[in-house]
Design a protein around this ligand. Structure first.
Ligand code: CS2
Ligand code: MG
Length: 406
């Protein structure tokens, strides 16, 4: 099964997606998600200009060999652009192998370890009433685990909180814009407010509902330690990205002060970013995206390493992961033993027109379906109707104008 064509498709239904299409000499098509939010065209160029020429004529069955070849022959290792490009190739090759075998991909990864994949949804509100409504709406839609994000008095625009009207246009918790939108930040105001929100949510919705929260990299280690400690009475499923993720040592300090479970890693792209975190058991959940961490081949190894330390998966799944990347995550979630939870933000209607999907969401559980391969096919005619639109993520400034982590 040799690759005869490789093509990069950029499309923007609801938002930008970059997709790799591989075609083989036995007439199969494999799909890989190469989307890197806000830097989409850099991965498209990496693939088109530097990877596509290397793929033509290669045996599509040699997934491990292709991964090692792309990683090592570039000489310049790691980084989000490189690892997203490698992931796109890797996922497309797994799609092809499973299609050639006539099996859903999870069967090739060892078969199902569970019947469904517990997913968490994103509830948010600018005030308590809006937040409670959003939580109720998610419960009605079937979610059994909820991420809670809210506005903070004294801060104008906070990550993860979007007016209900805007949310239906954006399909993500960030304000995407033609130029980076400026948001503001005040750690002291945030640290005072968040515990009161979780107290109110627990009082209203009871002790059982698993609740999650994303700090989005904003605190210093000692502030994060204080937050983790102050949230202990509300029994969080996890506290995500409490400090900027690149300093692994920071988590040692946080860990020494709190038993609130910690999740980290959506901006990581290799196992090396987790080396100390896993070995020293400083986190509880691995948050990488399959699509930004070298694909299924690399994620499987990373999660197997984490499993030795009872650390579980919490694979990244906002709407900037395309339905192809989401399907890759679901097949892996179903197969691995140390599954924790899956993030799930439903895509918009235009996205679902372009990406024909077979995965299901019922009673809080996702399932990738049983079509051969990933179970997602891109409709190229539909994709062509939605040209690329420049879009940036927002950024933060403190009250005095200093740029802060977003
Ligand atoms: C996030 C993302 O899903 C999450 O937990 O933190 O929404 C993140 O902001 C985006 O993926 C950025 O592209
Ligand atoms: Mg996050």
């Amino acid at each position: 099964m040799n690759i005869v064509a490789a093509e990069v498709i950029v499309t923007s239904p609801d938002r930008n997606f970059v997709t790799l299409k591989l075609t083989t000499d036995n007439g199969l098509t494999g799909w890989g998600d190469a989307t890197l939010n806000g830097r989409e065209l850099s991965v498209a160029s990496y693939l088109t200009d530097h990877v596509v020429p290397l793929l033509i004529g290669r045996d599509a069955h040699r997934i491990e060999d292709t991964w090692q070849f792309l990683y090592r022959s570039a000489y310049w290792r790691r980084g989000p652009v490189t690892m997203t490009a490698i992931a796109a190739v890797d996922v497309a090759l797994w799609d092809l192998k499973a299609k050639a075998a006539g099996l859903p991909l999870y069967q090739l990864l060892g078969g199902a370890s569970r019947t469904g994949i517990m997913a968490y949804g994103h509830a948010s509100g600018r005030d308590q009433e809006e937040l409670f409504d959003s939580i109720r709406r998610h419960l009605d839609e079937g979610f059994r685990s909820i991420r809670v994000q809210t506005s903070v008095p004294g801060i104008d625009a906070v990550y993860g909180v979007i007016a209900p009207a805007a949310a239906s246009e954006h399909y993500e918790p960030a304000q995407r814009a033609p130029l980076p939108a400026e948001e503001d930040w005040d750690s002291r105001a945030y640290l005072r407010h968040i515990p009161t929100v979780f107290e109110a949510v627990r009082n209203e919705f009871g002790p059982e509902l698993p609740l999650l929260h994303d700090v989005h990299h904003r605190l210093t280690p000692i502030q994060a330690a204080r937050l983790g400690k102050s949230l202990e009475p509300y029994d969080l499923f996890w506290l995500e990205d409490c400090t900027p993720a690149e300093n692994q040592e920071a988590l040692r300090l946080v860990r020494n002060h709190t038993v609130t479970p910690l999740a980290i890693g959506e901006v990581f792209n290799t196992v090396w970013d987790y080396q100390a975190l896993i070995r020293e058991q400083l986190i509880d959940y691995v948050r990488s995206a399959v699509t930004h961490t070298g694909g299924i081949t690399a994620m499987r190894k990373l999660l197997d390493y984490a499993a030795q330390y009872q650390i579980k998966s919490g694979i990244h799944g906002p709407t900037d992961i395309s339905p192809i990347g989401m399907a890759a995550a679901l097949h892996l979630d179903l197969a691995i033993h140390n599954f924790g939870i899956q993030e799930y933000m439903p895509h918009g209607p235009l996205t679902n027109e372009v990406f024909r999907q077979t995965f299901t969401f019922q009673d809080g559980y996702l399932h990738p379906g049983d079509q051969p391969g990933l179970g997602v096919e891109l409709d190229e005619e539909a994709a062509a109707r939605f040209p690329y639109q420049p879009a940036y993520l927002p950024f933060n400034r403190l009250k005095d104008g200093t740029v802060h982590d977003w």
